[in-house]
Design a protein around this ligand. Structure first.
Ligand code: AMP
Length: 543
């Protein structure tokens, strides 16, 4: 009963009880396969190599890579030997990459061969990064300082390692928040929180993962541990399919069909592209039973399209600070008997809370808000997989962690069925003439227009109303709609005063490193749009 909950016990379980299930990984042009038994041996070799390189308990080791079998080996070897794996977001700016590695004090950085250029740029931003040792995964580009090749590093090591019986509260993984609204902040996950999160996430009303599943995580392993999937799958004996660097729709479709993938997960933007590709070929993916979509709200049009293609959409909400899963929109017994409209409405919400998340909703004065589906307030959470602070960042910690609770910054309602719905991110709310406008609702209405692929609504300064909404939209290929037409469309769907004052057309919406809309960049770009009286020039924010 007092066995500690350790990452190494998840690995040991998969090796002993699911030796023939395992990991499939796209490694450049090749597909490689390892049973969990063979995988376990590679993890042990890696741990032995790390020990030879001088890695001690508590040391930080960084990964800078795509979703691959080698990245998964790091997920198990580093924490299991008592060190901490820092999963660096490969899409940060060079200064941020160097900054997060310095903040974590990483001693060794494991880099995918195809990403060596990004690390070189980060060394350019901060030459101190060049002092680290680099291990190159996949294509052996050994041009970084002190670089060695991963396969050579582990080749002669023993396939056995006596995993230490650690205190379960030891840190296992460090991950930075995705910087939707501010600079990245670091979170440490412990062995215990990782184990409990994996157990809770496997549950039938959460991801419902089982041994028979074949799981393809599109969500990157540097985005909150790919939402726990690298731990949940070995824990239940499901196989993992790692897509490597190829995240284009054709590459995903090929893997799903070849490997019989049953389950996948990613942010809405990856599913836009996949949906369009499947619609273009006129056929869904029969093996793909369900996909988890989270990180941003699931647009209803995307939900309907994927379900029409035969894949069930599971809407999930979470945060880096929560390991990350907080709610999953699974229907309850009561709702199973409801009308199709009610069921769809509830499934589009973020859903009921996981067993490991306690919650409350407070208004601006700190009063509890009723769970009646209408009253809104900020969501506060706590639990065994919710962080208690940011690593080495007292100022940010003091603002976000109060009296044992974490302030999510999300503005929500909770209805009579226990389903939470995010109305907005507190920093993204648009306040027009003292009244709140839900940018999420306006975005969803816009994305319901047949010509609109993506829509992002944000507030800018207005002389009379203090703030008014602007919409940035990206059209679907080969379609067109005028600004007036979109505003008329909205007039039939949202309150008149919620209609954005302007609609700007872009080739792409700026994104965070994990694929979410970067509203901050749009707010800055269009800050004076309504006050300057200037013309709206469509610009590509990625330029
Ligand atoms: P991150 O830490 O990068 O996972 O970002 C967490 C934030 O993303 C949350 O606080 C929400 O604002 C947003 N988010 C995550 N999942 C959803 C969802 N299903 N619907 C709406 N917003 C979401």
């Amino acid at each position: 009963m007092d066995s500690p909950l350790l990452v190494s016990s998840i690995l040991a379980h998969a090796v002993k009880n699911h030796p023939r299930r395992g990991v499939v990984s796209r490694d450049g042009a090749e597909i490689v396969r390892f049973s969990y038994a063979a995988f376990g041996a590679r993890v042990a070799r890696l741990a032995n190599a790390l020990r030879r390189l001088g890695i001690e308990p508590g040391d930080r080791v960084a990964s800078f890579g795509w979703n691959s079998h080698r990245h998964l080996e790091l997920y198990y070897a580093v924490p299991s030997m008592g060190a901490v794996l820092h999963t660096v977001n490969i899409r940060l700016f060079p200064e941020q990459i160097a900054g997060t590695i310095a903040h974590a004090a990483d001693r060794i950085v494991f880099v995918d061969g195809s990403l060596v250029g990004a690390v070189r740029a980060a060394i350019g931003a901060d030459p101190a990064l060049g002092e680290c040792r680099f291990v190159i995964m996949g294509p052996a580009d050994l041009t970084l300082p002190n670089a060695v090749d991963y396969e050579s590093l582990i080749a002669d090591e023993s396939p056995e390692f006596a995993w230490p019986r650690l205190d379960e509260n030891t840190a296992a993984i460090m991950c930075f928040t995705s910087a939707t609204t501010a600079d990245p902040k670091a979170i440490l996950f412990s062995h215990r929180s990782t184990f409990l999160h994996a157990l809770a996430t496997a549950a039938a009303d959460v991801f419902a993962l089982a041994e028979r599943d074949v799981v393809l995580p599109i969500v990157p392993m540097f985005h909150v541990n790919a939402w726990g999937l690298p731990f949940v799958c070995p824990l239940v004996g499901a196989s993992l399919v790692m897509p490597g660097a190829r995240l284009d729709p054709a590459g995903i479709i090929e893997l799903v069909e070849a490997e019989g993938v049953t389950f996948s997960a990613g942010v809405p933007t990856v599913w836009f592209a996949l949906r369009d590709a499947l619609n273009a070929r006129g056929a869904g993916l029969p093996s793909l039973e369900r996909v988890v979509i989270g990180g941003s709200a699931v647009p209803p049009a995307l939900f309907d399209d994927l379900e029409a293609l035969g894949t069930k959409v599971i809407h999930a909400w979470g945060m880096t600070e929560m390991s990350p899963i907080g709610t999953v929109s699974t229907l309850t017994a009561e709702l199973a008997a409801a009308t199709p409209d009610v069921r769809r409405r509830e499934r589009l919400k973020q859903g009921p809370f996981s067993v490991i998340v306690d919650w409350k909703i407070l208004d601006d004065d700190g009063n509890a808000v009723a769970a009646d589906g209408h009253a809104r307030g900020e969501l506060w959470v706590r639990g065994p997989a919710v962080a208690a602070s940011y690593y080495n960042n007292d100022a940010a910690s003091a603002a976000a962690f109060v009296d044992g609770w974490f302030r999510t910054g999300d503005i929500v309602t909770v209805d009579d069925f226990g389903f939470m719905e995010i109305v907005d991110r507190s920093k993204d709310l648009v306040k027009s003439g003292g009244e709140w406008i839900s940018s999420v609702e306006v975005e969803n209405a816009l994305m319901g227009h047949p010509a609109v692929r993506e829509a992002c609504v944000f507030g800018v300064t207005h002389a009379r109303w203090i703030e008014r909404p602007i919409a940035a939209v990206v059209m679907r290929d080969g379609t067109a709609a005028s600004e007036d037409e979109l505003r008329v469309w909205l007039g039939e769907r949202v309150a008149k005063w919620w209609i954005p004052d302007r609609v700007v057309f872009l080739d792409a919406i700026p994104r965070t490193g994990v694929g979410k809309f970067l509203k901050r960049a749009l707010r800055e770009r269009y800050a004076e749009l309504l006050t300057s009286g200037g013309d709206v020039v469509a610009q590509n924010p990625s330029e």
